[in-house]
Structure formats: structure tokens, C-alpha cells
Ligand binder design. Sequence first.
Ligand SMILES: [Fe+2]
Length: 351
Amino acid sequence: MQTSRRLFLRLLATTAVSRCLLPAVQAASNQKTLEPVAASERGDLRLALISDLNGPYGSTRYSPSVAAGLDLISELKPDLVLCAGDMVAGQKISLTDFQLEAMWSSFQSTVLNPLLQQGIGMIPTMGNHDASSQTTSSRYVFARERHQAEAFWDHQKNRLGLEFIDAKQYPFQFSVKQPGLFVVVIDASSATVDRGQRLWLEQALASEFRSPDDCCVVMGHLPLTAISVGRDRAGESIEDAMHLTDLMQRHQVDLYLSGHHHAWYPGELTGQRVLSLGAMGNGPRRLLGTQRTSDPSITLLDLFQATKAVRETTFSLKTLEPISLDSLPNQLSAKSFPTLDRRDTNWSYGS
Ligand SMILES: [Fe+2]
């Protein structure tokens, strides 16, 4: 009830109506940092973007911030959830098949089923803790984890509310078409997105099923460059990312969506719009060049089809309030990584 009341007050406080008519409510809700965005002005398509839910290795439990995020999603009622990976706590050789199955079972009962029961579909992405694509001597280091993830998501495939276009390598790489939206998921569960996958991505983006009126999102777990402190090292973002960035720009990708760095940052990389999602669960990190740990968060994307306008709103799962863009540095830079510029959270797609 407490969460519902606070959300209700916040939504009231962010509407134009409330700004005009309800100053007392606005003052009472103490919303000093709210941006002039109205979370209650629903887009024609509303997407909730989440990432990095996992607890410690082998854990079948989720942190309170995941529960808070799920409550918030229930109230915001998106059409679809896009998850940028790390849904379970694998990437450890000693985990048994029984433990891996138990983690996916917990994900299903704690996260996936409650969303699906509300009519909210989900597009998953494999993260390094779900199904790492790291190899040694041309073999997957975490082959059992990849097998378990594949079995789990195969079983869920027809429940997700998705229209698949190319799902030959689902759940690792696939494309999905929803009204007004075209999403291509890549396997960036390690730093290697190889030539074969880049060729596939190029074909997926050129699909006849993609409409010029679609907002086109590519989603992978690792980002294209360093975002957070401690992740500004080799292996924590995609290798040869500028080649991939160029490919996405040539194919007019509107947004590259990633997780793994556990810090929210809407950025622009040599003209390519990107979005690093905050962690929904444990382990929030500091953005490069900052001292404060990022809050756990989720991001809401409202798409307005007549104007092709997009509004992003990112909610802290600590305060349940929108986080101000002004609280983020203008630029993220780290030695040996491309610099990322902060961008606006209101933008247009297809342009
Ligand atoms: Fe990760």
C-alpha cells in the first residue's frame, strides 16, 4: 500500500494537471527533483527495461530491489518488458545441473510468471551469469549453463507474447516484431561478438518484416564501451565495438540497449544512441568519474507513434522516484575505451 500511495502521489505530481491544480499535493509529496516528464502520459507503446537481477553465485533468491521493481512495473503497466540479461546467478563451473535448474525455476516463479500473468510479455537477453559465450580452445567454458538456459527459454518461448522473426538461434540471438517495434537480440554474454554474429545481425536488421515506422532496438548484455568503475577493463564491454557501432548506424538502429555495468547512463557513441541500464538487483556501481554508487533502477520507455517521439524515465528502486538526468556526468571516459557523451532522454526514432 505504501508503494502504491507513493506512486500515486508521484504520478499526480508529474502530470500537467497536478502542476496546475494540485500544488498542495505536489508540495506534500516533496518532489523537488522531478523532471518535467509525465510518467502518467502513456505512450502508444510502453516498454519497461530491466537488467542484472541476479544475486550471489547459485542463489535462488532475489534482492528487495527486484521486488520493488516488479511492484513498480505492475503499477506502470508496460506492454512489454525488455530484459538485458543476468537473470540468474551462474557463471561458476561448480554449480550443479540441479542448482542451475533451481535458479531458473526461481526466476520463473519470482519474475517471469507474475509478469506474464498480468499480460506483460518479455524479451530476454542472455547475460554472462545466464549463459556466458566465453570460449577456450573453441569450446564454451559454460556449456552446461548455456544448455540449461536454452532448455528453459525453449520451454517458455510460446508464453512470452512475442512474434519471432528469426529465432533459429533463440534464445541467444533472435529478432522480434511487435506493433511499432523491431528488436534484435544479440549474444553479447561475453566480449566476443564474432564475425558470424555480425553478419547475422546485418541480415536481421535488413529484414523485410522491419517497417520504417518501427522503433529499432538492438539489445545485448555487454555495452559498447566502459560505463562504470571496475568494469573499465578488457572483457567487460564488446571487443571491436566501433565496428558494431558502425554496422548499427548504417542500419539506422535507434537504440543499443545493454546491462552488465550496473549503472544507468543514456549515452551517444559517435552518433549511435545507447542506453546502459542500472541493475535491478545487487551490485550497483559508480559511473566513471563519479563518487556516488548508482541506485538500482529500471527504465520506462514511452513511444508515441504519431510523432515518433520517445520519452525515457528512469526510476530509482531506492526512492521509487525518477532520477534526474542532471545528476549524471556529461561524459564518461576511460583509458583505451571510446568516450560516451550524455544524451537527452527525449528523442525521436526513425530519424
Ligand atoms: Fe553481467
